[in-house]
Design a protein around this ligand. Structure first.
Ligand SMILES: Cc1cc2nc3c(=O)[nH]c(=O)nc-3n(C[C@H](O)[C@H](O)[C@H](O)COP(=O)(O)OP(=O)(O)OC[C@H]3O[C@@H](n4cnc5c(N)ncnc54)[C@H](O)[C@@H]3O)c2cc1C
Length: 310
């Protein structure tokens, strides 16, 4: 284990998240659509790695490559907010792909997309030695677990996992961390099949890669999720899933009103990607197929036509 470092810039030692000064240590093109950036920083031995869909923040340097020193203070967020607009760094949300505390390194896989944004530009243009900052979970946090949204009830041994390319790093980690006894399906839509080359297999989860090709974003994902959800419901009940007409009546189950507890649902579902597509999947699962919404995590990772936070 490396020698323990000082508290990063005076931040509380047991804070849930810590902001780390980092530099680009490597940049690798994984496929046409993905770049892996390896960040290295003196305090990254404190970066926790609970796996699953651990969310982190990437703080980008200004176009001239600088990162305001004022950020690195006990209250980094207060410092960030007080910076004038033209000096306030852009922050984007990502997923931990790998953590190597002994080398003080963290890998992040970034989608290269059109239209491009500041993070997409950084992914294609950054060079070894470029400055940035990473906000990540603290391995000494007083209360751990912040930033993980894959919360499968221990009693639920069936899963439905689905997402687009922005969810691919999270789906990779989830499949790696899922116990072998879990059964179900994982569906990922990517621009080109080779973008998903890093997806691992799982002994009980059927992993399906859907190539977008020229189809609208999410169209083929929705078709594949419909089939996978139908198969899981059939496997569980031995019947075709009930088709609910949401125009004829309100589909509503309120916890405590005699609704089936989420842990007893047909499966636990985790869905992430473009917000409009995820909204459609939510309608499909909950509205059409009648899945208990408390068994489903729906996450709009980005919104077409809108910058993060915009
Ligand atoms: C919890 C969470 C985890 C995430 N994990 C990852 C991850 O591991 N890897 C990853 O690549 N992304 C991930 N994302 C998505 C990422 O944060 C967004 O794609 C983000 O908008 C990229 O920032 P940007 O500066 O490149 O573009 P922005 O400045 O935010 O947006 C500029 C333009 O690009 C469009 N845009 C943004 N993302 C995409 C896209 N993927 N495809 C096409 N157009 C897009 C926007 O609609 C906008 O028009 C995650 C998001 C969340 C909430």
């Amino acid at each position: 284990m490396p020698t323990r470092t000082a508290e990063p810039d005076g931040q509380p030692a047991d804070a849930p998240f810590l902001l780390h000064r980092v530099r680009v240590a490597g940049r690798r093109r994984l496929s046409d659509g993905f770049v892996r950036i390896t960040f290295r920083g003196p305090t990254l031995d404190r970066f926790a790695d609970p796996g699953l869909d651990q969310r982190i923040k990437l703080v980008l340097p200004a176009p001239d490559g600088s990162l305001d020193d004022a950020l690195f203070s006990p209250d980094w967020y207060g410092a960030w907010r007080s910076l004038p607009d033209d000096r306030r760094p852009v922050i984007r949300t990502y997923t931990t792909r790998a953590v190597r505390p002994e080398a003080r390194e963290v890998d992040v896989d970034l989608v290269v997309h059109e239209p491009c944004g500041p993070a997409g530009r950084f992914a294609t243009a950054c060079r070894e030695g470029d400055e940035a900052a990473l906000l990540g979970p603290n391995r000494d946090a007083a209360v751990a677990g912040g930033g993980i949204d894959f919360r499968r009830p221990a009693t639920s041994d069936r899963v439905l996992i689905a997402g687009d390319e922005t969810a691919l790093p999270a789906i990779v980690r989830i499949l790696q961390d899922l116990p072998a006894a879990v059964r179900g399906a994982a569906v990922v839509e990517v621009p080109r099949r080779e973008d998903a080359a890093q997806l691992p297999s799982h002994p009980g989860v059927a992993v399906e890669v859907v190539e977008r090709g020229g189809a609208p974003h999410g169209e083929r994902l929705t078709t594949a999720v419909r089939a996978a959800a139908g198969a899981l419901l059939t496997a569980r009940t031995g019947q075709e899933p009930e088709d609910v007409d949401v125009d004829a009546g309100l589909l509503w189950e309120v916890p405590g009103d005699g609704a089936v507890p989420a842990a007893d649902g047909p499966f636990y579902a985790w869905l992430a990607g473009e917000a409009g597509v995820i909204k459609g999947l939510r309608r499909l699962l909950v509205g059409e197929l009648g899945v208990d919404r408390r068994s489903v995590a729906f996450m709009g990772y980005w919104r077409a036509g809108r910058a993060e936070g915009g």
